[in-house]
Design a protein around this ligand. Structure first.
Ligand SMILES: NC(=O)C1=CN([C@@H]2O[C@H](COP(=O)(O)OP(=O)(O)OC[C@H]3O[C@@H](n4cnc5c(N)ncnc54)[C@H](OP(=O)(O)O)[C@@H]3O)[C@@H](O)[C@H]2O)C=CC1
Ligand SMILES: Nc1nc2c(ncn2[C@@H]2O[C@H](COP(=O)(O)O)[C@@H](O)[C@H]2O)c(=O)[nH]1
Ligand SMILES: [K+]
Length: 479
Protein backbone atom coordinates (compact mmCIF):
# COMPACT_ATOMS: atom_id res chain seq x y z
CA UNK A 1 0.00 0.00 0.00
CA UNK A 2 1.20 3.53 -0.64
CA UNK A 3 -0.20 6.97 -0.03
CA UNK A 4 -1.32 8.88 -3.14
CA UNK A 5 0.45 12.03 -1.94
CA UNK A 6 3.07 12.47 0.76
CA UNK A 7 2.92 10.22 3.85
CA UNK A 8 0.79 12.08 6.41
CA UNK A 9 2.52 13.51 9.46
CA UNK A 10 -0.21 12.46 11.89
CA UNK A 11 -2.16 9.26 12.59
CA UNK A 12 -5.37 8.47 10.72
CA UNK A 13 -8.44 6.35 11.12
CA UNK A 14 -10.69 4.70 8.54
CA UNK A 15 -12.90 7.71 7.82
CA UNK A 16 -9.79 9.89 7.21
CA UNK A 17 -8.76 7.84 4.18
CA UNK A 18 -10.04 6.52 0.86
CA UNK A 19 -8.84 4.18 -1.88
CA UNK A 20 -8.14 5.57 -5.35
CA UNK A 21 -9.18 3.47 -8.37
CA UNK A 22 -6.30 1.84 -10.26
CA UNK A 23 -5.99 0.28 -13.71
CA UNK A 24 -7.53 -3.19 -13.41
CA UNK A 25 -7.13 -6.42 -15.30
CA UNK A 26 -9.44 -8.26 -12.89
CA UNK A 27 -12.34 -9.28 -15.13
CA UNK A 28 -15.09 -9.85 -12.59
CA UNK A 29 -15.73 -9.23 -8.90
CA UNK A 30 -16.79 -12.89 -8.72
CA UNK A 31 -13.25 -13.94 -9.71
CA UNK A 32 -11.68 -12.31 -6.65
CA UNK A 33 -10.09 -14.76 -4.20
CA UNK A 34 -10.61 -13.86 -0.53
CA UNK A 35 -8.39 -16.66 0.90
CA UNK A 36 -6.54 -15.34 3.94
CA UNK A 37 -2.78 -14.89 3.95
CA UNK A 38 -2.13 -16.14 7.52
CA UNK A 39 -1.81 -19.57 9.18
CA UNK A 40 -5.42 -19.80 10.47
CA UNK A 41 -6.97 -21.53 7.45
CA UNK A 42 -9.59 -18.81 6.93
CA UNK A 43 -11.06 -18.47 3.45
CA UNK A 44 -12.75 -15.13 4.17
CA UNK A 45 -10.85 -12.46 6.15
CA UNK A 46 -13.48 -11.90 8.84
CA UNK A 47 -13.16 -12.79 12.54
CA UNK A 48 -15.93 -12.48 15.15
CA UNK A 49 -14.71 -10.86 18.38
CA UNK A 50 -14.32 -12.74 21.65
CA UNK A 51 -17.20 -10.87 23.27
CA UNK A 52 -19.95 -12.63 25.24
CA UNK A 53 -22.65 -10.74 23.35
CA UNK A 54 -21.12 -11.60 19.95
CA UNK A 55 -19.59 -15.04 19.64
CA UNK A 56 -21.26 -18.23 20.79
CA UNK A 57 -21.28 -21.60 19.01
CA UNK A 58 -24.11 -20.65 16.65
CA UNK A 59 -22.39 -17.53 15.31
CA UNK A 60 -18.97 -19.22 15.22
CA UNK A 61 -20.37 -22.06 13.09
CA UNK A 62 -22.28 -19.70 10.80
CA UNK A 63 -19.13 -17.63 10.22
CA UNK A 64 -16.78 -20.59 9.65
CA UNK A 65 -19.31 -21.97 7.15
CA UNK A 66 -18.60 -18.82 5.10
CA UNK A 67 -14.83 -19.07 5.57
CA UNK A 68 -14.32 -16.80 8.61
CA UNK A 69 -13.50 -17.58 12.22
CA UNK A 70 -15.33 -17.00 15.51
CA UNK A 71 -13.33 -16.49 18.71
CA UNK A 72 -15.13 -17.88 21.77
CA UNK A 73 -14.63 -15.50 24.74
CA UNK A 74 -12.30 -16.25 27.65
CA UNK A 75 -14.98 -15.53 30.26
CA UNK A 76 -16.86 -18.79 29.59
CA UNK A 77 -16.19 -21.65 32.04
CA UNK A 78 -14.07 -24.41 30.48
CA UNK A 79 -17.02 -26.84 30.46
CA UNK A 80 -19.16 -24.40 28.46
CA UNK A 81 -16.26 -23.70 26.08
CA UNK A 82 -15.84 -27.42 25.58
CA UNK A 83 -19.52 -27.79 24.66
CA UNK A 84 -19.34 -24.77 22.34
CA UNK A 85 -16.27 -26.16 20.53
CA UNK A 86 -18.01 -29.50 20.09
CA UNK A 87 -21.14 -27.80 18.76
CA UNK A 88 -19.12 -25.95 16.10
CA UNK A 89 -17.25 -29.11 15.16
CA UNK A 90 -20.55 -31.00 14.77
CA UNK A 91 -22.23 -28.24 12.72
CA UNK A 92 -22.93 -28.74 9.01
CA UNK A 93 -20.49 -27.14 6.56
CA UNK A 94 -22.97 -26.76 3.72
CA UNK A 95 -26.54 -27.19 5.02
CA UNK A 96 -28.41 -24.56 7.02
CA UNK A 97 -28.59 -25.69 10.63
CA UNK A 98 -32.02 -26.76 11.85
CA UNK A 99 -33.84 -24.46 14.26
CA UNK A 100 -35.83 -26.96 16.32
CA UNK A 101 -39.20 -26.18 17.90
CA UNK A 102 -41.67 -28.50 19.58
CA UNK A 103 -45.39 -28.66 18.85
CA UNK A 104 -45.98 -26.76 22.11
CA UNK A 105 -43.67 -23.85 21.26
CA UNK A 106 -45.68 -20.65 21.08
CA UNK A 107 -45.76 -18.62 17.88
CA UNK A 108 -44.33 -15.62 19.79
CA UNK A 109 -41.28 -17.60 20.88
CA UNK A 110 -40.81 -19.23 17.46
CA UNK A 111 -40.90 -15.78 15.80
CA UNK A 112 -38.17 -14.52 18.11
CA UNK A 113 -35.98 -17.47 17.12
CA UNK A 114 -36.68 -17.44 13.38
CA UNK A 115 -38.04 -14.16 12.05
CA UNK A 116 -40.12 -14.22 8.91
CA UNK A 117 -37.42 -13.66 6.30
CA UNK A 118 -37.00 -15.16 2.84
CA UNK A 119 -36.22 -18.88 3.02
CA UNK A 120 -36.45 -19.07 6.83
CA UNK A 121 -37.64 -22.46 8.11
CA UNK A 122 -38.60 -23.92 11.48
CA UNK A 123 -38.11 -27.60 12.18
CA UNK A 124 -40.69 -29.38 14.27
CA UNK A 125 -39.20 -32.06 16.50
CA UNK A 126 -40.97 -34.83 18.41
CA UNK A 127 -40.57 -35.57 22.12
CA UNK A 128 -37.32 -37.49 21.39
CA UNK A 129 -35.89 -34.46 19.58
CA UNK A 130 -36.25 -36.18 16.19
CA UNK A 131 -37.11 -33.77 13.31
CA UNK A 132 -40.52 -34.54 11.83
CA UNK A 133 -41.20 -31.63 9.43
CA UNK A 134 -39.85 -28.28 8.24
CA UNK A 135 -42.32 -25.43 7.91
CA UNK A 136 -41.76 -21.91 6.52
CA UNK A 137 -41.49 -19.15 9.12
CA UNK A 138 -43.95 -17.18 6.95
CA UNK A 139 -46.68 -19.55 8.15
CA UNK A 140 -46.59 -17.80 11.54
CA UNK A 141 -47.53 -14.48 9.92
CA UNK A 142 -50.82 -12.95 11.17
CA UNK A 143 -51.15 -15.64 13.88
CA UNK A 144 -51.67 -14.67 17.53
CA UNK A 145 -48.45 -14.99 19.54
CA UNK A 146 -49.96 -17.38 22.10
CA UNK A 147 -50.99 -19.96 19.45
CA UNK A 148 -48.76 -23.04 19.33
CA UNK A 149 -46.65 -24.15 16.37
CA UNK A 150 -48.13 -27.68 16.41
CA UNK A 151 -51.47 -26.26 15.18
CA UNK A 152 -49.88 -24.64 12.11
CA UNK A 153 -47.96 -27.49 10.56
CA UNK A 154 -50.13 -28.16 7.48
CA UNK A 155 -48.10 -29.28 4.48
CA UNK A 156 -44.38 -29.45 5.24
CA UNK A 157 -41.96 -27.84 2.75
CA UNK A 158 -40.64 -30.13 -0.01
CA UNK A 159 -37.43 -32.01 0.64
CA UNK A 160 -34.39 -33.06 -1.38
CA UNK A 161 -31.87 -35.82 -0.81
CA UNK A 162 -28.52 -34.93 0.76
CA UNK A 163 -26.73 -36.51 -2.24
CA UNK A 164 -28.10 -33.63 -4.33
CA UNK A 165 -26.57 -31.06 -2.03
CA UNK A 166 -22.95 -31.86 -2.89
CA UNK A 167 -23.41 -29.76 -6.02
CA UNK A 168 -24.64 -26.31 -4.93
CA UNK A 169 -25.81 -25.34 -8.42
CA UNK A 170 -27.88 -28.53 -8.75
CA UNK A 171 -29.32 -27.97 -5.26
CA UNK A 172 -30.29 -24.41 -6.26
CA UNK A 173 -32.05 -25.68 -9.39
CA UNK A 174 -34.00 -28.26 -7.36
CA UNK A 175 -35.10 -25.63 -4.83
CA UNK A 176 -36.04 -23.26 -7.63
CA UNK A 177 -37.99 -26.00 -9.44
CA UNK A 178 -39.92 -26.73 -6.22
CA UNK A 179 -41.02 -23.06 -6.24
CA UNK A 180 -40.03 -22.46 -2.61
CA UNK A 181 -37.39 -20.40 -0.80
CA UNK A 182 -35.94 -23.38 1.08
CA UNK A 183 -36.25 -27.16 1.34
CA UNK A 184 -35.68 -29.82 3.98
CA UNK A 185 -32.71 -32.09 3.30
CA UNK A 186 -33.04 -35.81 4.04
CA UNK A 187 -30.53 -38.60 4.47
CA UNK A 188 -32.16 -42.05 4.08
CA UNK A 189 -35.51 -40.34 4.71
CA UNK A 190 -34.43 -38.61 7.93
CA UNK A 191 -34.34 -34.79 8.05
CA UNK A 192 -30.71 -33.78 8.59
CA UNK A 193 -30.85 -30.09 7.71
CA UNK A 194 -32.39 -27.56 5.41
CA UNK A 195 -31.12 -25.48 2.53
CA UNK A 196 -32.37 -22.15 1.26
CA UNK A 197 -31.90 -21.00 -2.32
CA UNK A 198 -29.73 -18.16 -0.97
CA UNK A 199 -27.51 -20.59 0.92
CA UNK A 200 -27.07 -22.64 -2.25
CA UNK A 201 -25.93 -19.47 -4.06
CA UNK A 202 -23.62 -18.60 -1.16
CA UNK A 203 -22.07 -22.05 -1.30
CA UNK A 204 -20.80 -21.15 -4.78
CA UNK A 205 -19.21 -17.89 -3.52
CA UNK A 206 -17.73 -18.84 -0.15
CA UNK A 207 -15.51 -21.73 0.91
CA UNK A 208 -15.91 -22.94 4.50
CA UNK A 209 -12.95 -22.75 6.88
CA UNK A 210 -12.43 -26.39 7.79
CA UNK A 211 -9.84 -28.41 9.71
CA UNK A 212 -7.97 -31.50 8.46
CA UNK A 213 -11.08 -33.62 9.22
CA UNK A 214 -13.40 -31.38 7.21
CA UNK A 215 -15.02 -29.91 10.35
CA UNK A 216 -15.59 -26.17 10.82
CA UNK A 217 -12.75 -24.24 12.42
CA UNK A 218 -13.12 -22.34 15.68
CA UNK A 219 -10.86 -20.17 17.86
CA UNK A 220 -10.98 -19.47 21.59
CA UNK A 221 -9.56 -16.70 23.74
CA UNK A 222 -7.36 -17.10 26.80
CA UNK A 223 -6.81 -14.36 29.41
CA UNK A 224 -3.36 -13.62 30.81
CA UNK A 225 -4.20 -14.21 34.46
CA UNK A 226 -3.84 -17.73 35.85
CA UNK A 227 -2.22 -20.66 34.08
CA UNK A 228 -2.59 -19.60 30.44
CA UNK A 229 -0.63 -22.62 29.13
CA UNK A 230 -2.85 -25.14 30.96
CA UNK A 231 -6.01 -23.46 29.68
CA UNK A 232 -4.58 -23.29 26.17
CA UNK A 233 -3.73 -26.99 26.28
CA UNK A 234 -7.26 -27.89 27.45
CA UNK A 235 -8.76 -25.82 24.63
CA UNK A 236 -6.59 -27.45 21.98
CA UNK A 237 -7.50 -30.87 23.36
CA UNK A 238 -11.16 -29.89 23.03
CA UNK A 239 -10.55 -29.16 19.33
CA UNK A 240 -9.76 -25.45 19.07
CA UNK A 241 -7.88 -24.51 15.89
CA UNK A 242 -6.53 -21.09 16.86
CA UNK A 243 -5.67 -19.59 20.29
CA UNK A 244 -6.13 -15.89 21.04
CA UNK A 245 -4.27 -14.49 24.07
CA UNK A 246 -6.16 -11.36 24.85
CA UNK A 247 -5.91 -8.46 27.25
CA UNK A 248 -6.56 -4.72 27.06
CA UNK A 249 -2.86 -3.77 27.28
CA UNK A 250 -1.08 -6.50 25.34
CA UNK A 251 2.37 -4.90 25.53
CA UNK A 252 2.88 -5.84 29.19
CA UNK A 253 5.11 -8.31 31.01
CA UNK A 254 2.22 -10.62 32.08
CA UNK A 255 1.27 -11.04 28.41
CA UNK A 256 4.85 -11.81 27.39
CA UNK A 257 5.12 -14.43 30.15
CA UNK A 258 1.81 -16.02 29.14
CA UNK A 259 2.88 -16.03 25.48
CA UNK A 260 6.22 -17.66 26.25
CA UNK A 261 4.45 -20.35 28.29
CA UNK A 262 1.81 -21.09 25.63
CA UNK A 263 4.38 -21.04 22.86
CA UNK A 264 6.70 -23.39 24.80
CA UNK A 265 3.82 -25.87 25.13
CA UNK A 266 4.04 -26.40 21.31
CA UNK A 267 0.33 -27.03 20.87
CA UNK A 268 0.48 -26.99 17.08
CA UNK A 269 -2.05 -24.18 16.52
CA UNK A 270 -1.45 -20.53 15.53
CA UNK A 271 -1.21 -18.10 18.45
CA UNK A 272 -2.81 -14.67 18.18
CA UNK A 273 -1.98 -12.08 20.86
CA UNK A 274 -3.01 -8.53 21.68
CA UNK A 275 -4.13 -5.88 21.87
CA UNK A 276 -1.32 -3.65 20.73
CA UNK A 277 -0.85 -0.66 18.39
CA UNK A 278 2.91 -0.11 18.02
CA UNK A 279 5.75 -1.69 16.02
CA UNK A 280 7.74 -2.12 19.23
CA UNK A 281 4.95 -4.23 20.74
CA UNK A 282 4.88 -6.33 17.54
CA UNK A 283 8.56 -7.15 17.94
CA UNK A 284 8.23 -8.06 21.65
CA UNK A 285 5.15 -10.24 21.18
CA UNK A 286 6.50 -12.02 18.09
CA UNK A 287 9.75 -12.71 19.96
CA UNK A 288 7.65 -14.20 22.80
CA UNK A 289 5.86 -16.53 20.37
CA UNK A 290 2.93 -14.76 18.69
CA UNK A 291 2.13 -15.65 15.06
CA UNK A 292 -0.53 -12.95 14.67
CA UNK A 293 -1.02 -9.69 16.56
CA UNK A 294 -4.45 -8.35 17.44
CA UNK A 295 -4.32 -4.62 16.79
CA UNK A 296 -6.55 -1.89 18.19
CA UNK A 297 -6.69 0.06 21.43
CA UNK A 298 -9.77 2.17 21.78
CA UNK A 299 -11.60 1.94 18.42
CA UNK A 300 -14.24 -0.54 19.63
CA UNK A 301 -17.90 0.50 19.72
CA UNK A 302 -18.27 -0.63 23.35
CA UNK A 303 -14.94 0.88 24.38
CA UNK A 304 -14.36 3.89 26.63
CA UNK A 305 -10.57 3.47 26.93
CA UNK A 306 -9.67 6.56 24.91
CA UNK A 307 -11.99 8.81 26.90
CA UNK A 308 -10.93 7.33 30.24
CA UNK A 309 -7.19 7.21 29.60
CA UNK A 310 -6.35 9.14 26.41
CA UNK A 311 -4.55 5.96 25.35
CA UNK A 312 -4.94 4.32 21.94
CA UNK A 313 -4.20 5.17 18.37
CA UNK A 314 -6.33 5.95 15.32
CA UNK A 315 -6.94 2.53 13.84
CA UNK A 316 -5.84 2.90 10.20
CA UNK A 317 -2.34 4.06 11.19
CA UNK A 318 -2.13 1.46 13.96
CA UNK A 319 -2.87 -1.31 11.43
CA UNK A 320 -0.55 0.12 8.77
CA UNK A 321 2.49 0.41 11.05
CA UNK A 322 2.02 -2.87 12.93
CA UNK A 323 1.26 -4.84 9.75
CA UNK A 324 4.49 -3.67 8.18
CA UNK A 325 6.49 -4.55 11.31
CA UNK A 326 4.76 -7.94 11.59
CA UNK A 327 5.25 -8.86 7.93
CA UNK A 328 8.97 -8.06 8.18
CA UNK A 329 9.11 -10.73 10.94
CA UNK A 330 6.96 -13.27 9.07
CA UNK A 331 3.94 -12.54 11.30
CA UNK A 332 0.55 -10.97 10.53
CA UNK A 333 -1.97 -8.65 12.20
CA UNK A 334 -5.72 -8.72 12.65
CA UNK A 335 -7.38 -5.28 12.70
CA UNK A 336 -9.65 -5.35 15.77
CA UNK A 337 -12.47 -2.90 16.39
CA UNK A 338 -14.15 0.17 14.98
CA UNK A 339 -15.54 -1.47 11.85
CA UNK A 340 -18.91 0.03 10.91
CA UNK A 341 -19.01 -0.23 7.12
CA UNK A 342 -17.64 -2.63 4.48
CA UNK A 343 -15.21 0.18 3.47
CA UNK A 344 -13.49 -0.11 6.86
CA UNK A 345 -12.82 -3.81 6.21
CA UNK A 346 -11.34 -3.01 2.79
CA UNK A 347 -9.12 -0.27 4.23
CA UNK A 348 -7.79 -2.50 7.05
CA UNK A 349 -6.90 -5.21 4.53
CA UNK A 350 -5.32 -2.66 2.17
CA UNK A 351 -3.23 -1.45 5.12
CA UNK A 352 -1.87 -4.99 5.49
CA UNK A 353 -4.09 -6.76 8.04
CA UNK A 354 -4.63 -10.43 7.14
CA UNK A 355 -8.14 -10.35 8.65
CA UNK A 356 -10.54 -7.98 10.36
CA UNK A 357 -12.20 -8.60 13.72
CA UNK A 358 -15.77 -7.40 14.15
CA UNK A 359 -17.69 -7.25 17.42
CA UNK A 360 -20.69 -4.97 17.91
CA UNK A 361 -21.90 -5.08 14.30
CA UNK A 362 -22.30 -8.86 14.61
CA UNK A 363 -24.04 -8.55 18.01
CA UNK A 364 -27.09 -7.39 16.00
CA UNK A 365 -27.63 -10.65 14.13
CA UNK A 366 -29.94 -13.63 14.58
CA UNK A 367 -26.92 -15.86 15.24
CA UNK A 368 -25.45 -13.77 18.08
CA UNK A 369 -26.03 -15.34 21.51
CA UNK A 370 -28.63 -12.91 22.94
CA UNK A 371 -32.43 -13.07 22.77
CA UNK A 372 -34.15 -10.75 20.31
CA UNK A 373 -35.81 -7.90 22.24
CA UNK A 374 -38.34 -5.39 20.91
CA UNK A 375 -38.33 -1.62 21.59
CA UNK A 376 -41.39 0.66 21.95
CA UNK A 377 -41.60 1.08 18.18
CA UNK A 378 -41.50 -2.67 17.56
CA UNK A 379 -37.91 -2.68 16.28
CA UNK A 380 -35.77 -5.69 17.08
CA UNK A 381 -32.51 -5.36 18.97
CA UNK A 382 -30.06 -7.44 20.96
CA UNK A 383 -28.20 -6.22 24.03
CA UNK A 384 -24.47 -5.81 23.89
CA UNK A 385 -21.76 -4.74 26.35
CA UNK A 386 -17.99 -4.31 26.45
CA UNK A 387 -15.71 -6.96 27.88
CA UNK A 388 -14.09 -4.39 30.17
CA UNK A 389 -17.46 -2.92 31.28
CA UNK A 390 -18.68 -3.10 34.88
CA UNK A 391 -21.12 -5.80 33.80
CA UNK A 392 -18.40 -7.97 32.23
CA UNK A 393 -15.92 -7.37 35.07
CA UNK A 394 -18.54 -8.41 37.65
CA UNK A 395 -19.26 -11.59 35.67
CA UNK A 396 -15.56 -12.38 35.15
CA UNK A 397 -14.68 -11.95 38.81
CA UNK A 398 -17.85 -13.38 40.37
CA UNK A 399 -15.71 -15.87 42.32
CA UNK A 400 -13.73 -13.11 44.08
CA UNK A 401 -15.03 -11.75 47.37
CA UNK A 402 -17.18 -8.62 47.20
CA UNK A 403 -14.31 -6.30 48.24
CA UNK A 404 -11.92 -7.53 45.53
CA UNK A 405 -14.71 -7.44 42.97
CA UNK A 406 -15.48 -3.83 43.91
CA UNK A 407 -11.78 -2.94 43.47
CA UNK A 408 -11.75 -4.53 40.00
CA UNK A 409 -14.89 -2.72 38.80
CA UNK A 410 -13.22 0.65 39.55
CA UNK A 411 -11.26 0.20 36.32
CA UNK A 412 -14.18 -0.39 33.96
CA UNK A 413 -13.35 0.75 30.39
CA UNK A 414 -16.44 -0.23 28.47
CA UNK A 415 -20.19 0.28 28.12
CA UNK A 416 -22.33 -2.09 30.22
CA UNK A 417 -25.48 -1.84 28.20
CA UNK A 418 -26.16 -0.96 24.60
CA UNK A 419 -28.77 -1.87 22.03
CA UNK A 420 -27.63 -3.19 18.68
CA UNK A 421 -30.57 -3.10 16.29
CA UNK A 422 -31.09 -5.90 13.80
CA UNK A 423 -31.37 -4.64 10.25
CA UNK A 424 -34.80 -5.93 9.10
CA UNK A 425 -33.40 -6.28 5.56
CA UNK A 426 -30.26 -8.06 6.79
CA UNK A 427 -31.01 -9.82 10.09
CA UNK A 428 -28.61 -12.75 9.72
CA UNK A 429 -24.84 -12.98 9.84
CA UNK A 430 -24.98 -14.32 6.27
CA UNK A 431 -26.66 -11.09 5.16
CA UNK A 432 -23.94 -8.94 6.76
CA UNK A 433 -21.21 -11.16 5.31
CA UNK A 434 -22.74 -10.81 1.84
CA UNK A 435 -22.67 -7.03 2.22
CA UNK A 436 -19.11 -6.97 3.58
CA UNK A 437 -17.61 -9.39 1.08
CA UNK A 438 -19.37 -7.89 -1.93
CA UNK A 439 -18.03 -4.45 -0.90
CA UNK A 440 -14.59 -5.96 -0.45
CA UNK A 441 -14.61 -7.86 -3.75
CA UNK A 442 -15.59 -4.68 -5.55
CA UNK A 443 -12.98 -2.64 -3.67
CA UNK A 444 -10.29 -5.13 -4.72
CA UNK A 445 -11.18 -4.94 -8.39
CA UNK A 446 -11.15 -1.10 -8.24
CA UNK A 447 -7.58 -1.50 -6.96
CA UNK A 448 -6.79 -4.02 -9.72
CA UNK A 449 -6.24 -6.89 -7.27
CA UNK A 450 -7.41 -10.51 -7.56
CA UNK A 451 -6.07 -11.69 -4.17
CA UNK A 452 -5.64 -10.13 -0.73
CA UNK A 453 -1.81 -9.98 -0.92
CA UNK A 454 -2.16 -8.20 -4.29
CA UNK A 455 -4.69 -5.82 -2.76
CA UNK A 456 -2.24 -4.87 0.00
CA UNK A 457 0.51 -4.41 -2.56
CA UNK A 458 -1.45 -2.35 -5.08
CA UNK A 459 -3.70 -0.22 -2.89
CA UNK A 460 -3.22 3.54 -3.18
CA UNK A 461 -4.68 5.52 -0.31
CA UNK A 462 -5.58 9.19 -0.16
CA UNK A 463 -6.32 11.37 2.85
CA UNK A 464 -9.63 13.23 2.88
CA UNK A 465 -11.34 16.04 4.76
CA UNK A 466 -14.46 15.48 6.86
CA UNK A 467 -16.40 17.04 3.95
CA UNK A 468 -14.86 14.49 1.58
CA UNK A 469 -16.00 11.66 3.82
CA UNK A 470 -19.48 13.16 4.15
CA UNK A 471 -19.78 13.40 0.35
CA UNK A 472 -19.37 9.60 0.13
CA UNK A 473 -22.53 8.91 2.11
CA UNK A 474 -25.80 8.07 0.40
CA UNK A 475 -28.75 10.42 0.72
CA UNK A 476 -31.91 8.64 1.92
CA UNK A 477 -34.14 11.72 1.37
CA UNK A 478 -33.68 14.68 -0.93
CA UNK A 479 -31.55 17.62 0.27
N1 LIG B 1 -9.07 -3.34 22.43
C1 LIG B 1 -9.26 -2.52 23.42
O1 LIG B 1 -9.14 -1.31 23.30
C2 LIG B 1 -9.61 -3.05 24.76
C3 LIG B 1 -10.11 -4.31 24.91
N2 LIG B 1 -10.54 -4.76 26.14
C4 LIG B 1 -11.06 -6.12 26.24
O2 LIG B 1 -11.65 -6.35 27.48
C5 LIG B 1 -11.38 -7.67 27.95
C6 LIG B 1 -10.82 -7.63 29.35
O3 LIG B 1 -9.48 -7.27 29.32
P1 LIG B 1 -8.65 -6.80 30.58
O4 LIG B 1 -9.29 -5.63 31.22
O5 LIG B 1 -7.27 -6.65 30.10
O6 LIG B 1 -8.80 -7.97 31.64
P2 LIG B 1 -7.94 -9.26 31.98
O7 LIG B 1 -8.81 -10.10 32.77
O8 LIG B 1 -7.34 -9.82 30.75
O9 LIG B 1 -6.77 -8.76 32.94
C7 LIG B 1 -5.81 -7.82 32.67
C8 LIG B 1 -4.61 -7.96 33.60
O10 LIG B 1 -3.66 -7.00 33.27
C9 LIG B 1 -3.43 -6.08 34.36
N3 LIG B 1 -3.32 -4.73 33.81
C10 LIG B 1 -2.29 -3.89 33.97
N4 LIG B 1 -2.50 -2.76 33.31
C11 LIG B 1 -3.69 -2.85 32.72
C12 LIG B 1 -4.48 -1.99 31.92
N5 LIG B 1 -4.07 -0.77 31.59
N6 LIG B 1 -5.68 -2.41 31.50
C13 LIG B 1 -6.14 -3.63 31.83
N7 LIG B 1 -5.43 -4.50 32.62
C14 LIG B 1 -4.23 -4.10 33.04
C15 LIG B 1 -4.66 -6.27 35.25
O11 LIG B 1 -4.34 -6.04 36.61
P3 LIG B 1 -5.26 -4.99 37.48
O12 LIG B 1 -6.69 -5.29 37.17
O13 LIG B 1 -4.88 -5.28 38.88
O14 LIG B 1 -4.83 -3.63 37.01
C16 LIG B 1 -4.96 -7.75 35.04
O15 LIG B 1 -4.13 -8.53 35.84
C17 LIG B 1 -10.47 -8.30 26.91
O16 LIG B 1 -11.27 -9.06 26.04
C18 LIG B 1 -9.89 -7.10 26.19
O17 LIG B 1 -9.56 -7.36 24.86
C19 LIG B 1 -10.45 -3.98 27.24
C20 LIG B 1 -9.99 -2.70 27.16
C21 LIG B 1 -9.47 -2.15 25.92
N1 LIG C 1 -11.87 -0.66 25.64
C1 LIG C 1 -12.72 -1.68 25.45
N2 LIG C 1 -12.65 -2.40 24.30
C2 LIG C 1 -13.49 -3.41 24.18
C3 LIG C 1 -14.43 -3.73 25.14
N3 LIG C 1 -15.12 -4.80 24.73
C4 LIG C 1 -14.60 -5.13 23.54
N4 LIG C 1 -13.63 -4.30 23.21
C5 LIG C 1 -12.82 -4.30 22.00
O1 LIG C 1 -13.63 -3.97 20.88
C6 LIG C 1 -13.44 -4.93 19.85
C7 LIG C 1 -14.64 -5.02 18.94
O2 LIG C 1 -14.87 -3.77 18.36
P1 LIG C 1 -16.28 -3.39 17.64
O3 LIG C 1 -16.16 -1.95 17.28
O4 LIG C 1 -16.39 -4.26 16.45
O5 LIG C 1 -17.35 -3.65 18.63
C8 LIG C 1 -13.14 -6.20 20.64
O6 LIG C 1 -12.55 -7.19 19.88
C9 LIG C 1 -12.23 -5.67 21.73
O7 LIG C 1 -10.91 -5.50 21.31
C10 LIG C 1 -14.48 -2.94 26.31
O8 LIG C 1 -15.31 -3.14 27.22
N5 LIG C 1 -13.62 -1.92 26.41
K1 LIG D 1 -14.60 3.79 20.98
Amino acid sequence: MRFANETPAHDLTYSDVFLTPQHSAAGSRLGVDLAVDDPTGMQTPIVAANMTSVTGPRLAAALARRGGLGVLPQDLPLQELDAAIHAVKAAPTMLDPLVAVSAETTVGEARRRVPDTEGALLTLVDSDGEPTACIPASRLRHVLPDAVVGDLVGDPVPSIDDDDVTDARRAFDLIDAAGVGAVAVRHHGRIVGSLSARSAVRATLYRPAVDAHGRLRVAAAVGINGDAAARARALVQAGVDVLVLDTAHGHQEQMLEALRAVSAAELGVPIVAGNIVTAEAVRDLVTAGADILKVGVGPGAMCTTRMMTAVGRPQFSAVLETAEAARSLGARVWADGGVRYPRDVALALAAGASAVMIGSWFAGTLEAPGEIETDDEGRWFKSSWGMASTKAVEQRFHRLDAFERARKTLFAEGISSSRIYLDPQRPSLDDLLDMITSGLRSSMTYAGAATLPEFHERAVVGVQSAAGYEEGKALPVSW
